[in-house]
Design a protein around this ligand. Structure first.
Ligand SMILES: Cc1ncc(COP(=O)(O)O)c(C=O)c1O
Length: 436
């Protein structure tokens, strides 16, 4: 490893002295990264408001406003200062503070200190940055064996981690025992990635299962394992059934044990229906974490971002801030939630009534939240073939994941849901008849 920069050493010392566990959990890259306090951006921000500012690599008009092309400025109804200049690498301060306040509002049982969220270029980028900071090549990542395919790109190929998959469901429930057994297989550093509502299955833990998962992580921490517990909350807020977790698991992990560093990944992408904004957040918590350690982790994250994309879009951040502080935001969210909930209810109804005997050919994996649900096909049916038939003969698109079909009911009008399942049924029936 290259010799550490004194600024990285300073951050490491802060972390090591108050939270040696977190220091040990950092990757080699995580230990060496820092946000340059005396670098271009910091020197530039110190010169802000000075009569003459010849610091930063941007151009200004003679009146000091950001230089801009009217063809762009005229179509964005925001103050040019909130659009055209670079945003800070860690994100614009008001957005970070507002998002932090919202995390607390949405997760009322969350106790203890949490860091200010650091803004990333979408959640995938947030996950990559967490990989940068906490995963060394060869480190292992505990994940469900049914998972979002981008985890493979981010963690297996991007970070050179190896997956330690545990079984997702057993007898229609989340397989907490498999999580427990998988964790128990190794000692020392443990990295766990949990995603609810889950992609691709659309599953959220019941309250009872969530308590069990948290107990398992606590027990592992009590056995002196040191744990990075990452919650990917991309689909937060879309829980459609009673008795399932309405809060993020982060609430329960944040203050769980000295040996647990909880990291929350969330953002506007799915939660606020702003996929193209590319805005995510990384937030840290650990039992009795100090303000200084939070700042040091934020600085390291900002350093990783600076060396990677430099900063996320200022325009997107300003738009999101305006939206989430608007009077109508909460009502608008309820309205969209209700649309998705009605689609979810329709899927349940169509499958429950099962007038056509859909269960001859497929059955649903547990689902209760989010954007998706998955169908398990009966033996002898090939998901990719069914997908092709649906495309070519029924003008219907679904995703084949191994031998599952992932159905994004979030993107199908309620009125089309019965036809969607009829089409799947017909494709399965024909395929089965041909195969046998
Ligand atoms: C589970 C999960 N996490 C993260 C993301 C990534 O979100 P983003 O588009 O903000 O990178 C997705 C997107 O599909 C997802 O399904």
């Amino acid at each position: 490893m290259n010799k550490l920069n004194p600024e990285a050493e300073k951050l490491n010392t802060i972390i090591k002295e108050s939270k040696p566990t977190i220091y040990r959990l950092l990757s080699e890259k995580g230990k060496s990264i820092y946000f340059p306090k005396k670098g271009l951006l910091s020197q530039g921000s110190e010169a802000k408001g000075k009569k003459i500012n010849a610091t930063i690599g941007m151009a200004v008009e003679d009146d000091g406003m950001p230089m801009r092309l009217p063809s762009m400025a005229n179509i964005v109804p925001l103050d040019p200062k909130d659009v055209f200049p670079y945003a800070p690498s860690c994100g614009i301060p008001d957005l970070r503070k507002t998002w932090q306040k919202m995390i607390r509002e949405k997760n009322p049982s969350l106790k203890g200190k949490i860091s200010l969220p650091v803004v990333t270029n979408g959640l995938s980028h947030g996950l990559s940055m967490v990989g940068y900071l906490f995963i060394d090549p060869g480190d292992k990542l505990v994940v469900t064996n049914i998972l979002w395919e981008n985890y493979t790109l981010i963690f297996e190929y991007g970070c050179r981690a190896r997956f330690r998959p545990f079984n997702t469901f057993k007898n229609g429930r989340f397989d907490t025992e498999s999580l427990k057994n998988t964790l128990a297989e190794e000692e020392g550093k443990q990295i766990i990635l949990l995603n609810f509502p889950h992609n691709p299955t659309g599953y959220t833990l019941t309250d009872v299962e969530a308590d069990r998962v948290v107990d398992i992580i606590r027990e592992s921490a009590e056995q002196e394992n040191e744990i990075v517990a990452i919650t990917d909350d991309a689909y937060f807020g879309l829980a459609y059934k009673t008795g399932i977790c309405k809060e993020s698991l982060f609430s329960k992990l944040a203050d769980l044990h000295e040996n647990v560093l909880a990291i929350k990944i969330d953002g506007a992408t799915k939660e606020d229906y702003a996929w193209g904004f590319r805005l995510g957040f990384v937030t840290y918590a650990s039992k009795e974490i100090s303000e200084e350690t939070c700042r040091a982790l934020e600085d390291k994250t900002a350093g990783a971002i600076r060396g990677n994309i430099s900063s996320a879009s200022h325009l997107s951040q300003s738009l999101l801030l305006k939206a989430i502080t608007s009077d109508t935001y909460k009502d608008e969210k309820v309205e969209k939630y209700n649309i998705l909930k009605r689609r979810f209810d329709k899927v349940q109804k169509v499958l429950f009534n099962d007038e056509k005997n859909y269960s001859t050919y497929f059955s649903a994996l547990p689902y209760n939240s989010g954007y998706f649900m998955c169908l398990k096909l009966r033996e002898g049916l090939n998901a990719e073939k069914i997908r092709q038939t649906l495309l070519n003969k029924h003008s219907t698109g679904v995703i084949a994941v191994g031998n599952l079909l992932r159905i994004a009911f979030s993107s199908v009008a309620e009125g089309d849901i019965p036809t969607l399942f009829e089409n799947i049924y017909d494709a399965c029936k024909n395929e089965y008849a041909e195969a046998s």
